[in-house]
Design a protein around this ligand. Sequence first.
Ligand code: PLP
Length: 317
Amino acid sequence: MHPLVAATPTPVHPLPRLAKALGLEPEQLWVKREDLTGLAGGGNKARKLQHFMSEALSGGYRVLVTGGGPQSNHARMTAAAAAMNGLGCVLVLRRPETEDLSGNLLLDRMLGAQIHWVDPIPFAALNQSIVDIAGAHTQKAYPIPIGGSSLPGAIAYAQVAQELSTQLTFDLVVVANGSGGTQAGLAAGLGDHARVAGVNVGAQDGIDAFVTDLAAQAAAALGLPTPNGAAQIDHGRIGLAYGVPTKECEEALLLVARTEGLLLDPVYTGKAMAGLIAWARHGRLDGKRVVFVHTGGLPGLLSTRYTQWMGAALVDS
Ligand SMILES: Cc1ncc(COP(=O)(O)O)c(C=O)c1O
């Protein structure tokens, strides 16, 4: 593990007051704090950056180049990893350029990243821009794909599943699924898809088969058996679209904040927790010990878009 990136192992602790509010026993509900990995606000992408950073440093690269949306958590964490290792950072972000300087974008700039705006182009084209911009850079520049799923990220989460298994005995983990790498890795590490419940946040289509395949690849890379079954993903929590918060997500953020003092984000962890809450209320978690994997994202809540949304929600709560 490289000493200059993620703060691991991350802690695990119970959520007894939330459990009680959901009609569960106090010892039934736990959280794995992947939001405490460091890197200017933390989150699941730190584990993957660990891998990319050691490749970049050993290859003598001077600049990291990555990209995503204006509120990308992965972009902000890459900017932090670059700063703490003395490298430059270019972030290739999709317009709107009018996005005001708040949330992750504010932190990107504070961390010294250079922002390269591009028109809203598809995922593959944006990944190609990252490669092109790195290739044209005056210094040796290391391209990192958008915070999407890749084998190193899934392998890192297979190792997180093993880390978690040394911390606690449990039946099920619940996690947000954006591009699927985190869920795939957890399933690979636990050896069984039935022990990982993913909640689709609507970032990408066709994630079911993708997660099952990626989990098999991650397991193979680590010499582990192919996980049993197929990816378990709840597709019912997206609402209107990726990034558009739902009423259930609003309830989840406020309930978790007020029972446990724990802050979730509106794009990923809030929708994942909305899934967990619905399953608890339908009796699907009865008799199980469940670990919610908090994958971070808090800086996004502090962007103007979401502070306005939450501000409006607080008027009637
Ligand atoms: C805070 C947060 N949680 C969860 C995810 C989803 O992770 P994955 O893409 O591995 O499904 C992301 C991805 O960007 C994220 O930023």
